[in-house]
Ligand binder design. Structure first.
Ligand code: GAR
Length: 208
């Protein structure tokens, strides 16, 4: 069983997609050890509770400075000792010491086709606002391993989604979630849990 911790910040629809995939047997060999949220009001915590999963709040706002938060957050993660950390809409920068400690064991879902529309300032709805401002016709989502850079780690999977005339950021966000994120993230977790992919240098390769 792959001991997994999921980190969230808000609605938790990606967490829900993971829980549904577990319930339906589309993810196997995975046990969700805990859900960590930086936001005590996150609906994601309710989703975790209704599945009997421990919810933990770790907010940078509760610490005097970022360094003490980073230490506590990394310490908590070491205590939980997961095989895999899933950032499912987690909008807090992962401490460098955690990236080093869990090298190639942290994955993130990003709501665009990396390397487009990513990096500092590109998160949540803002990504879709920038996509519409730029007028691109295709966007999508990416699942990738997390390294010390911002949205720069090895890409696991991507899926393109069309931008349509009259889209608002909210409409586009929903389409990207439905057509890409909720499919890609559970599949990536299942692939890792069942040894179908591995990191080779800066790339993810198939083990089959
Ligand atoms: C998702 O669209 C996810 O891709 C994005 O935040 C949203 C969270 O929604 N993550 C990022 O922007 C990370 N850079 P959710 O809480 O409903 O899963």
């Amino acid at each position: 069983m792959l001991r997994t911790v999921v980190c969230v910040s808000g609605g938790g629809t990606n967490l829900q997609a993971i829980l549904d995939a577990l319930d339906q047997g589309r993810i196997t060999n995975v046990e969700i050890r805990a859900v960590i949220s930086n936001n005590p009001g996150a609906k994601a915590l309710e989703r975790a509770a209704s599945h009997g999963i421990e919810g933990i709040v770790m907010s940078p706002k509760r610490y005097p400075d970022r360094e003490s938060f980073n230490e506590e957050f990394t310490g908590k993660m070491c205590e939980l000792d997961p095989d895999l950390i899933v950032l499912a809409g987690f909008l807090v920068r992962i401490p460098p010491q955690m990236v080093a400690r869990f090298a190639n064991r942290i994955i993130n879902i990003h709501p665009a086709l990396i390397p487009s529309f990513c990096g500092v300032g590109y998160y949540g709805l803002k990504v879709h606002e920038k996509v519409l401002e730029r007028g691109v016709k295709v966007t999508g989502a990416t699942v990738h391993f997390v390294n010390e850079g911002m949205d720069e780690g090895p890409v696991i999977s991507q899926k393109a989604v069309c931008v349509e005339e009259g889209d608002t950021p909210e409409i586009l966000q929903r389409r990207v979630m439905e057509q890409a994120e909720w499919i890609l993230l559970p599949r990536a977790i299942d692939d890792i849990a069942n040894g179908r992919i591995r990191v080779e240098g800066d790339r993810v390769v198939s083990c089959t």
